[in-house]
Design a protein. Structure first.
Length: 616
């Protein structure tokens, strides 16, 4: 196994696409009734930005260092002019800093010129952002817009970079309402919460089908088990994060409430839990005994922090311990936080550090403040493993990222891997095995790499691929785990190709060598997204159209045949509603398919959707 060198290829699978095509993620005019992007936090405009914030203008390509390239993160080493690792001439055939050669595309057609031959298009290979008319783009008015006055052609790529690069974009300072105390677990003084807004999701209709979504259902079509409308939201919109499914309850957060429905009929399993301020973060995972933690704001002013924690039992609705997360040092704010659960450890990530708690008791376990003198952890991902990512020497000449695996019980470092200069770890596609998506803003390139259990580089994706993974916007933090539509098992990564309206493909990539194993086309004229690997088969969701219901299919991951087999055909009578979940979360659990909104538009004239369940 050879370690990749510093220089990634340009022009090949990471090349920018022609922006004139208006592809996935291209700016679109807002449409009525569609979710709106969250407005940026209103920090103190006089405060200096934190040291690791990204520059407002992308720096020019770095001057090549003298001497031979050093082993590190990037792409497999090769001598100038020699064949690359996949039997083709390498992208830098005349030397590591020469202009990239034009490489054939996935179907034998020439690729677009490399990033130095044209201006970058949207995202230059970044995972897809939420796709709906008026999807998040440049931060709304009132913020410190780092792209003001720049050509529209460049904005798409710059916004995509903003969405995935860590560090605080908006200035943050300690507010007068900061809590100087350390987080302390407290007993709940109210088992249910009394601040719920007056309009519950679904209007209290339980499992009723007021729109007769199953009317005219054809033989072979699945049923709409239940459908819930969203609660009222402010005109500026609101987040609806998280979706947790147990063996009997489907739980969903929306704005200031958490709702629970019986998985079979949609009847409320417990009264909605209300919070005095908006929910600002949740644990994507649930604990082994079905507990989650929700964070909500400590006020509604521009100085409010996302620092109030509340544990919730998904099966009973009981509110367990609650706590307040303290700010860290200067520039280390709780204006926004990331939450994750690994085993019994709740990890709360601030802008430059993290604190671990016992998810069952709320007891503080340990702090993660620095990797070293100049490395500040600004992102965490939890689940099968606990991963921390740090920005290092952000204001110096050796700016780079480092990634560590931590023992969730003690915080002890299991291993550390340093990334090459210019490469930012943007997303984690899988934790076990660890698969990381990273970007290089200067080179307008991306990379997918996998790691061994000991933190060594195992392989990198060498497939000509325009990926269609769906990822949410990450403004104040990287949101490492904020992507859906990608799955992995021990040996294979399953990623969709990018397609906005018609059929795409799912590509299976060998994690041992980064090569393609197989690919399969969507069985309908709509994109198909991986959900999970279950019982030796890849479960995938085929999106709905305005008049045709979506599908859930299974694809054998071994053997010679990989054709999708239909598990559910959602009814055409509900296609319009199913197709209207623009910003969505989805899951397949115990033979049922669940679909929910992750962003509410706040449009009073529209029937906002919250959650939809299908089954036989």
């Amino acid at each position: 196994m050879s370690q990749p060198p510093n220089q990634p290829p340009q022009g090949g699978f990471g090349a920018p696409q022609d922006p004139r095509q208006g592809g996935f993620g291209a700016p679109q005019p807002p449409q009525p009734g569609t979710p709106q992007p969250p407005p940026p936090p209103q920090g103190n405009p006089q405060a200096p930005p934190p040291p690791q914030g990204p520059p407002q203008t992308p720096p020019p390509p770095q001057t090549p260092p003298s001497g031979a390239p050093q082993p590190g993160y990037g792409y497999p080493q090769q001598q100038p002019g020699q064949p690359g690792p996949y039997g083709q001439p390498g992208p830098y055939a005349a030397g590591p800093y020469a202009q990239p050669q034009q490489q054939p595309g996935p179907y034998g057609h020439p690729q677009q010129p490399g990033p130095y031959g044209q201006q970058p298009a949207q995202g230059y290979g970044y995972p897809s952002q939420p796709q709906f008319p008026g999807a998040p783009g440049i931060p709304p008015g009132g913020s410190r817009n780092p792209f003001k006055g720049k050509p529209a052609l460049v904005i798409g790529a710059a916004v995509a970079a903003l969405a995935v690069i860590g560090g605080t974009v908006f200035a943050v300072t300690r507010g007068g309402d900061d809590d100087p105390k350390k987080p302390v677990a407290q007993g709940s003084d109210d088992p249910k919460g009394s601040e719920a807004p007056s309009t519950p999701a679904g209007g209290g209709a339980g499992g009723a089908d007021p729109e007769n979504l199953n009317g005219g259902r054809q033989p072979g079509e699945a049923k709409v088990l239940w459908y819930k409308q969203a609660p009222d939201a402010p005109k500026s919109g609101a987040d609806a994060p998280g979706m947790w499914i147990t063996d009997r309850t489907a739980v969903k957060a929306a704005y200031k409430q958490v709702f629970a429905y019986n998985v079979t009929d949609g009847e409320a399993t417990w009264e909605p839990i209300g919070f005095p301020e908006k929910i600002c973060a949740v644990t994507p995972q649930k604990s082994s005994d079905d507990k989650v933690v929700v964070a909500y704001m400590n006020g509604s002013s521009s100085r409010a922090k996302c620092n109030q924690l509340q544990q919730i039992d998904l099966n009973t609705g009981d509110k367990g311990w609650k706590s307040t997360v303290a700010n860290g040092e200067l520039f280390d704010s709780t204006l926004d936080v990331e939450l994750s659960i690994t085993g019994r450890t709740l990890m709360v990530g601030r802008s430059q550090s993290g604190t671990a708690y016992d998810v069952n008791t709320g007891e503080k376990l340990w702090d993660k403040k620095r990797f070293g003198d100049k490395c500040f952890p600004d992102a965490f991902a939890g689940g099968a493993k606990l991963i921390a990512v740090a920005s290092c020497d952000a204001t110096g000449t050796n700016e780079h990222d480092e990634i560590q695996e931590l023992d969730p019980a003690t915080g002890k470092v299991k291993w550390t891997q340093k990334m090459d200069k210019g490469w930012k770890i943007s997303r984690v596609f899988s934790l076990d095995p660890l698969v990381v998506y990273s970007t290089n803003e200067d080179k307008k390139a991306w990379n997918i790499s996998t790691f061994t259990a000991g933190g060594k580089f195992r392989s990198q994706v060498g497939v000509d691929l325009d990926i269609g993974v769906e990822c949410g916007w990450a403004i104040l933090q990287r949101d490492l785990g904020g992507c859906s539509g990608v799955a992995a098992d021990a040996d294979t990564l399953y990623v969709p190709t990018k397609e906005l309206t018609s059929a795409n493909e799912i590509v299976a990539i060998n994690l041992a060598n980064g090569k393609e194993k197989w690919r399969v086309k969507s069985p309908a004229d709509k994109p198909m997204l991986p959900i999970k690997v279950e019982d030796g088969k890849l479960i995938a969701y085929v999106k709905a159209s305005y008049d045709t219901g979506g599908q859930v299919v299974s694809i054998p991951v071994t053997g010679s045949g990989h054709q999708p087999a239909k598990l559910l055909q959602n009814p055409a009578g509900a296609a319009d509603i199913e197709n209207g979940f623009f910003s969505r979360a989805f899951d397949w659990v115990d033979g049922r398919f669940f679909l929910s909104s992750t962003r509410l538009s706040g449009n009073d004239e529209a029937k906002e959707k919250l959650m939809l369940a299908f089954g036989k």
